[in-house]
Design a protein around this ligand. Sequence first.
Ligand code: CDP
Length: 230
Amino acid sequence: MTKRANNRKNEELRDIKITLGVVESADGSCYLEWGKNIILATVHGPRQIFPKHLANSEKAVIDYKYRMAPFSVTDRKSPVPGKRDKEISLVSGYALESAIQTEKFPNTVIDIDAVVLSADAGTRSAALTAASLACADAGLPMKGLVSVVAAGRANGDLVWDLDKADEDTEDAVDTAIGVLFPQKEIVLLQMDGFINQKDWKKVISMGIDAAEEVYKLQKKALLEKYPVNG
Ligand code: CDP
């Protein structure tokens, strides 16, 4: 077994620190530090949707935007959203839709913004995890929480939660897995790299286990801010 550059065990998350309700102007928010990733997620709404032809008479429209701040990466990123940002936003929005009781708010839009302030791989996972918490912080009626983490291969080993050093190893495989808890349903799956079927099944199962650890941290943060008997 090759040692990971970051000294983590193969089945070990980076340190995750969650702070809820940090943005006063938003209905809900979450500041998340996940290893060297830093994310700020906010929720505004539900509010009336304009132009009106975008409305859905049966449910709220989820408008999720994943963005990387220009200063979040070493080679300054253009502030103009590219194909990658749009694709991540779209699939993450579908995942969030499965967690929110959108049918309670027909003809409205819920704006959910996740900004990556500092990036070290796994930002789509961290952003969606933070966004899910911001939705709960906003008091939106939820079916569950979306917990997201990458699993895959680094240095030939199957591992949880790849950071940039892991992702930059030869033959790396990076699979973002989003799970709706407590239902334990996969609601997001995106993969980079090539892998055989046996290892792929293992990666999925590792990703679900890792996501469950993320879910425990999310629940803990919510219960600290909103004690059940408090
Ligand atoms: O962040 P995530 O793993 O979800 O997405 P990725 O496309 O696999 O990107 C991995 C990492 O590459 C990011 O977290 C950044 O650290 C870096 N990156 C970058 O430096 N510049 C970009 N335009 C995009 C990504």
